[in-house]
Design a protein around this ligand. Structure first.
Ligand code: PEP
Ligand code: MN
Length: 336
């Protein structure tokens, strides 16, 4: 519910209204409007009666929010959210575009350093690289774990790039809080609600990937789980969904970009690597995502894709990445 406060309401009346709500375990979140004082009510509002609430002297108008998400929704936050990726560093959202690039998995120090330096030179804002890998088969390479995280830290130190990497279990929350700039929640964990709530308390940016079988509204409800504690920020990520089509690994839902931008204030990234599964589709789909209004991209880049321990078939080379970054800028200029 959205509550518009009367112009002549006193501070005391407003305070009383807020504590009435708190007594029902509902939080009144201030929405920054143009000149009216407006609150969004977060919690179980099903027992609230709009007619009754209008009797409160502080209240001018009550509007029901029909969407199943609140904090991620535009009605709770009209302006685009801008997320700072590293302290004082690059931002995403509200016109700021950012690209995360790097290998699917961290493999060796030499590999991650070489790729990190290349993508930095081409203008990436973040280095991506999995240390804990959610592989479909338990027999596939599972990532280097904490050793991989150490290698990412070395790459950050050498290049100045912030790092984005996936958390799979709450066992490592402390380590990720301390060492990772942007914490990635992979598609398979989009609805791991316990993990989402815990991440919400860290006060870090979270890159939340859309589950392969999840609707846009389910993605936004998952974002609310993180936003609930009021500390962490969220970047949404479209990474392809499961359809009947077998020509690609997933079907990259480009239309999710303008839909998400309309429904939500959160920045939207696109992952054309997992979204298509083929390196030669990454370039055109990256341009398409930029043209559709995405705020950023996350791209798998490998110096020797044929030898990659994970997802080599969908990884582009640093040279192609460099070329693509130039074209993306042209697309962005064309739509601005
Ligand atoms: C990844 O980005 O490395 C990854 C595993 O992606 P997703 O969770 O989208 O499959
Ligand atoms: Mn991958």
């Amino acid at each position: 519910m959205i509550v518009v406060i009367s112009d002549d309401a006193t501070d005391l009346q407003i305070e009383r209204f807020i504590s009435d709500m708190n007594a029902r375990e509902i939080t009144a979140k201030a929405i920054h409007g143009d000149n009216k004082r407006v609150f969004g009510l977060v919690g179980d509002t099903s027992s609230l009666d709009a007619e009754n609430m209008m009797r409160n002297e502080a209240v001018e108008k009550v509007m029901k929010v029909t969407a199943p998400y609140k904090l991620a929704g535009r009605s709770f936050h009209g302006d685009d959210s801008v997320v700072e990726l590293t302290k004082g560093g690059p931002k995403i959202g509200g016109g700021a575009f950012a690209v995360a690039a790097g290998p699917c998995s961290v493999e060796t120090e030499e590999q991650i350093l070489s790729i990190a330096m290349d993508v930095k030179r081409s203008g990436a804002a973040l280095l991506r690289g999995g240390a804990f890998k959610p592989r479909s088969s338990p027999y596939s390479f599972q990532g280097l774990g904490l050793d991989g995280l150490e290698l990412l830290k070395i790459a950050r130190q050498k290049t100045g790039l912030g790092i984005v990497t996936e958390i799979m279990s709450s066992e490592y929350l402390d380590v990720f809080e301390k060492d990772v700039d942007v914490i990635q929640v992979g598609a398979r964990n989009m609805q791991n609600f316990t993990l989402l709530r815990e991440l919400g308390r860290l006060g870090k940016p979270v890159l939340l990937k859309r589950g392969p079988s999840s609707t846009i509204d389910e993605l936004l409800m998952a974002a609310d789980y993180i936003l609930m504690a009021g500390k962490s920020s969220v970047i949404l990520c479209e990474r392809g969904i499961r359809t009947f089509e077998t020509a690609t690994r997933n079907t990259l839902d480009i239309s999710a970009v303008p839909v998400l931008k309309k429904r939500s204030h959160l920045p939207v990234m696109v992952d054309p690597s997992h979204g298509t599964g083929y390196w030669d589709l990454v370039y055109p789909m990256s341009l398409a995502a930029a043209a559709a209004g995405a705020d950023g991209l996350i791209i798998e880049v490998h110096d020797r894709p044929a030898r990659a321990l994970c997802d080599g078939q969908q990884s582009i080379t640093p040279a192609l990445f460099d070329n693509m970054m130039g074209k993306i800028k042209k697309v962005r200029d064309a739509i601005s």
